[in-house]
Unconditional design. Structure first.
Length: 328
């Protein structure tokens, strides 16, 4: 090559040769990198930002930086450098990224099909109790195939076909229950029900403590509660109303009406723990209103690992919240 050749050409040729010569040297460490560290590196390389990569990986940025430092120590090189737009890959980082991409193409592993797990759950239990832990479960198991069926009526419960069913029924027997064959239904919790009102719409001195005091309040009722025998005291009160009643088909909307519209409605006794802005009114009815949370597992699929994982999550959730419920 002539010494008069443009500087750009003199730079490009050695760079390519260096990359090719180092390819086999990089392949061995790339294959031996811990998959978690490789994922942290690849996501950070794509995002170009530690904070965004940490959010994508659902970990703290400090932990991500620690894992990347561990990878750099293992490879004995710097993989990132600061730039005006965040962080950029160093020359070694570019080579590692290329080798990881090549390895991914070489392996070309097929996606392993996961069995579909079906969870049928009463709407209020899903909304108040299981929702947050289900989100956490899915964060930890991104490959799971989960079908969540909301049970908003007895007909939906009897028609549902699922691997795990969590529903509300009487305190003595799990009836009505699933129509398909299940293992022995299990009691999870007993729930007391009380009329509730938002704290901000009712000072302690003026809260209703008798049925007569309710005349000045708007009542809200979830339609699903109308046919529940144990709720007869509340339902009779609502049926007698000629005005000042709102009927709703959505459980979450009923909660919102109570929270924001100065309504009084029937909610589980644990509601003040779930939403500190709501308070129960235990003095209004002397007769207790209770229901039992039951769980049953499909007899045909109860031994499957994904089903057992779901069952264990549900058990753990109810154990953590045992002080929410009436003692069994």
């Amino acid at each position: 090559m002539s010494f008069m050749e443009p500087a750009g050409q003199r730079y490009i040729a050695p760079y390519r040769a260096s990359t090719d010569n180092s390819s086999s040297a990089w392949r061995v460490p790339a294959q031996q990198i811990d998959p978690l560290l490789a994922q942290c590196f690849s996501v950070t390389a794509r995002c170009g930002c530690y904070m965004q990569a940490a959010r994508r990986l659902n970990i703290k940025a400090t932990l991500l930086r620690k894992q990347l430092a561990q990878l750099e120590a293992q490879l004995q090189c710097s993989l990132f450098s600061a730039s005006d737009n965040g962080i950029a890959l160093s020359r070694d980082g570019l080579q590692l990224q290329a080798q990881l991409i090549a390895l991914a193409h070489e392996r070309d592993l097929p996606v392993i099909e996961q069995p579909q797990v079906r969870l049928a759950v009463s709407e209020s239990i899903l909304h108040d109790i299981l929702g947050r832990d289900l989100v956490a479960l899915l964060r930890r198991n991104a490959s799971v195939r989960l079908d969540i069926i909301t049970l908003d009526s007895e007909l939906a419960l009897q028609a549902a076909s699922a691997d795990v069913v969590v529903w509300l029924a009487g305190t003595d027997a799990p009836l009505p229950g699933p129509s398909f064959a299940t293992a022995e239904p299990e009691r999870l919790a007993r729930v007391d029900y009380l009329p509730h009102i938002a704290k901000r719409y009712s000072r302690a001195a003026s809260r209703p403590d008798s049925l007569d005091d309710l005349a000045d309040f708007l009542l809200v009722q979830w339609q699903q509660d109308r046919e529940i025998e144990s709720f007869r005291p509340w339902n009779s009160l609502v049926d007698q109303r000629l005005a000042g009643v709102v009927q709703l088909h959505a459980y979450g909307l009923m909660q919102e009406m109570i929270r924001c519209s100065a309504c009084i409605g029937l909610l589980p006794g644990y509601m003040s723990r779930f939403d500190r802005g709501l308070i129960g009114l235990p003095e209004l009815f002397s007769q207790p209103m209770q229901r039992q949370v039951w769980m049953a597992v499909n007899a045909e699929t109860q031994g499957e690992a994904q089903v057992q994982m779901l069952v264990e999550m549900i058990h753990g959730t109810f154990r953590e919240r045992q002080d929410w419920f009436h003692p069994l």
